[in-house]
Design a protein around this ligand. Structure first.
Ligand SMILES: CC(C)(COP(=O)(O)OP(=O)(O)OC[C@H]1O[C@@H](n2cnc3c(N)ncnc32)[C@H](O[C@H]2O[C@H](COP(=O)(O)OP(=O)(O)OP(=O)(O)O)[C@@H](O)[C@H]2O)[C@@H]1O)[C@@H](O)C(=O)NCCC(=O)NCCS
Ligand SMILES: Nc1ncnc2[nH]cnc12
Length: 291
């Protein structure tokens, strides 16, 4: 794609009923903040504590999040221009470098750069081509424009600890999840979100239920890397039990969730992939203009 075509796509105003690339990017940044602000999330960093991490805290995440603001806008612009996957990948790799510079070399958002970056691109495309931004349209456009490339990307040998652990244990890595069109996000997390809303739960409770629905099923490669299959299965069992007992709406939910947080910290478990998919669900609901 020529620079002139790209410039024209970027300069094109958003349709009156739609979101601009800047608004799509802003929704992604806010979604990362939604995720960080949810507490407790077993083993993960929030504004309350650092969970299973001794090298980072909420400030590290805030620095990371600020460094990514332009990136998400750019991905929405690139998506609207339906660029080849290689261009998205270049932009993602540059964003990773900015994240590492902002955090002093700590990996806060590598998975989110990948997942939310792709969703910003797909939202940009859905908006530009169909004037739509609902979750079905976003998934459809992700598959239509970049599904083949994501499939090829997922066959590459993994180089990072999570991806290597996923392959060793026969699990679905982040890139395989993407190649399948993020089934856990679209078929588990969003329905759990909608169900929690129908039950009248608060915004925080909706996010907590959504998070546990993801934890119950995702092949989170961070859990596999840190805790092996035993750690992954422990996390899933704990999430299923929390949901079966009534989830975030049960009277003792906060105490139960904090108790799980302490269990995860004791085992040094950190479901970073689940955190990213929660942020992705927050993003999709934000761009669809739901609270
Ligand atoms: C394409 C890549 C994403 C790599 O692909 P691969 O398939 O090999 O990925 P994984 O290693 O499985 O996962 C990468 C990160 O994605 C999150 N994640 C984990 N499992 C899943 C899953 N099943 N589905 C979706 N997402 C998943 C997770 O990221 C989060 O956790 C990270 C923090 O973990 P933490 O344990 O604290 O820290 P580490 O330093 O990793 O280890 P230790 O401290 O334990 O020693 C944090 O990043 C969260 O966001 C996985 O880590 C990609 O890496 C790649 O190639 N990137 C280049 C850019 C690019 O290609 N972009 C494409 C266009 S957007
Ligand atoms: N809140 C969080 N804590 C730890 N790892 C994460 N990866 C993404 N979000 C995270």
């Amino acid at each position: 794609m020529s620079a002139a075509t790209l410039r024209a796509a970027i300069a094109a105003p958003a349709p009156a009923w739609g979101l601009s690339a800047a608004q799509i990017g802003r929704a992604a940044t806010l979604a990362l903040h939604d995720e960080l602000a949810l507490a407790p999330k077993p083993g993960l960093v929030s504004f309350v504590d650092s969970g299973s991490h001794d090298d980072m805290d909420a400030h590290t995440f805030m620095r990371s999040l600020f460094s990514l603001r332009r990136y998400f806008v750019r991905m929405a612009e690139l998506g609207a221009a339906q660029v080849p996957f290689a261009e998205l990948e270049r932009s993602g790799i540059a964003a990773e470098a900015r994240m590492l510079a902002a955090t002093g070399g700590i990996n806060t958002h590598r998975g989110a750069i990948f997942v939310l970056g792709l969703l910003c691109a797909a939202t940009g495309a859905a908006q530009a081509l169909d004037g739509r931004r609902d979750a079905d349209a976003v998934r459809e456009h992700l598959r239509r424009h970049w599904g083949g490339a994501l499939d090829a990307r997922s066959q590459r040998a993994p180089t990072l600890p999570g991806g290597i652990a996923a392959r060793r244990h026969g699990l679905r890595s982040a890139s395989q999840e993407a190649a399948l069109g993020f089934p856990v996000l679209f078929e588990t997390a969003l329905p759990a979100w909608d169900d929690a809303r129908r039950r009248g739960l608060s915004a925080q409770q909706v996010r907590l239920d959504c998070f546990f629905s993801i934890l119950a099923v995702l092949d989170d490669s961070n859990l596999a890397h840190r805790g092996g299959l035993e750690g992954l299965h422990f996390a899933r069992r704990a999430a299923r039990a929390f949901i079966e007992q009534g989830g975030a709406g049960q009277p003792g939910a906060p105490a139960a969730a904090w108790s799980l947080h302490r269990d995860f910290v004791a085992r040094h478990l950190s479901p970073g992939g689940c955190a990213d998919l929660l942020a992705a669900a927050c993003f999709l609901r934000r761009v669809a203009r739901e609270p």
